[in-house]
Write a protein that binds this ligand. Structure first.
Ligand code: MRU
Length: 349
């Protein structure tokens, strides 16, 4: 995807300095900053503090963190320890375990550093292809909506910034734009970290996608008024039966969509399907600090970045990062292999 007309991936190997570059997403939308990861700890902290986020990008960053660990020490036991450690950085997105287990299975004990680097590059290349294929499949769906102007609602950021390129929920949107279809995207702000207003809207501005940011509670009335034709969201983990873990608030959108007869689709790369977990109830849900609820960052009247507390001084909050949307609220999954009903997933992947 492009930022100010220049193409970027969200993570890449920097061969000049033998390190890894990421875009620091905590600085967006106010400042576009590239950060270099030099050590395993840099990679771990980038995931934990959400400089990178989004299930596929968390997986790729974890893989590259193991490359950085191997730069420091090529002992296989050291790498195995780091694999177990990095899995603790964030619990919900299964891509983290998927990518690191893949590194564990593939590294060459005689050439650990280079073999891990090779696998990291492969993981990224495959992710780009998966996302683009999701776009191709999702475009068929958007094409089947017989309207001059199609309104799509999305939640959080399942965009380019959450993957290596294209995004999952946004790939069909970019493909629809390329196909000349008139679209408008309702972008949920996505409290508390505002991934919708600060990341998805930032992507859409840079890619000239027609969009409007809405408060998280607005989707319901838009659906009642016929202003949403389809919902497309991403996911951090889908259990075997098709229950969906995604950013907190997704479930409420799915309920409203069901009540209003609006199709609710989940963009699902095969790397996010977890057959080992039978039901959504067993997916670990990340609980984060209530500081994320209390403090809001923005620009003041002099365009200076400021963080302010919006809670009464002694109030505390509860901050679940994700919720579970039961499979019966999901119309279908847009995957790289086609569009499937929840009950069909287990036979496809
Ligand atoms: O907490 P985040 O920002 O990592 O949550 C991201 C989401 O919930 C995305 O929808 C999900 O990871 C899918 S990304 C293609």
């Amino acid at each position: 995807m492009k930022i100010k007309g220049k193409h970027y991936f969200t993570i890449w190997y920097n061969d000049k300095e033998d390190n890894v570059c990421i875009i620091d997403q905590t600085k967006l939308p106010f400042s576009f900053e590239i950060k270099k990861l030099n050590t395993y700890e840099d990679g771990f902290n980038a995931i934990k503090s959400m400089l990178v986020r989004g299930a596929p990008l968390i997986g790729a960053t974890a893989a590259y963190s193991l490359f950085l660990a191997a730069k420091d020490n090529e002992d296989p036991d050291h790498i195995i320890k780091k694999i177990e450690h990095i899995k603790t950085a964030r619990p919900t997105a299964v891509n983290l375990a998927w990518a690191t287990d893949r590194i564990a299975k593939s590294f060459d004990r005689k050439d650990i550093k280079n073999s891990i680097l090779k696998e990291c590059k492969k993981i990224c290349e495959e992710d780009i292809k998966i996302s683009e294929d999701i776009g191709v499949e999702g475009l068929k769906l958007i094409n089947s909506i017989n309207k001059d102007n199609i309104n799509i609602l999305t939640h959080c950021n399942a965009g380019w910034l959450a993957t290596i390129d294209w995004g999952t929920a946004t790939a069909p949107i970019y493909k629809a734009r390329d196909a000349g279809i008139n679209i408008n995207v309702w972008v949920d702000e996505t409290r508390p970290r505002n991934q919708g207003s600060s990341l998805t809207a930032y992507e859409f501005q840079n890619e000239n996608i027609n969009h409007k940011i809405i408060a998280d509670n607005t989707g319901g009335i838009l659906m009642q008024r016929g202003m949403v034709d389809i919902c497309i969201v991403g996911t951090d983990r889908v259990s075997k039966n098709g229950d969906v873990a995604n950013k907190i608030g997704t479930y409420l959108k799915a309920l409203a969509a069901k009540d209003n007869g609006i199709p609710f689709y989940v963009a699902l790369p095969s790397t996010t399907y977890d057959k080992k977990i039978l039901k959504g109830h067993d997916i670990p849900i990340e609980e984060r600090s209530d500081e994320e609820l209390k403090f809001v960052t923005g620009l003041d009247e002099h365009d200076q970045i400021k963080t302010v507390n919006i809670y009464p001084k002694n109030s505390t909050g509860l901050n679940y990062g994700f919720d579970i949307t039961p499979s019966d609220l999901v119309t279908g999954f847009i995957t790289e292999k086609g569009i499937f009903k929840p009950s069909e997933l287990k036979d496809v992947f």
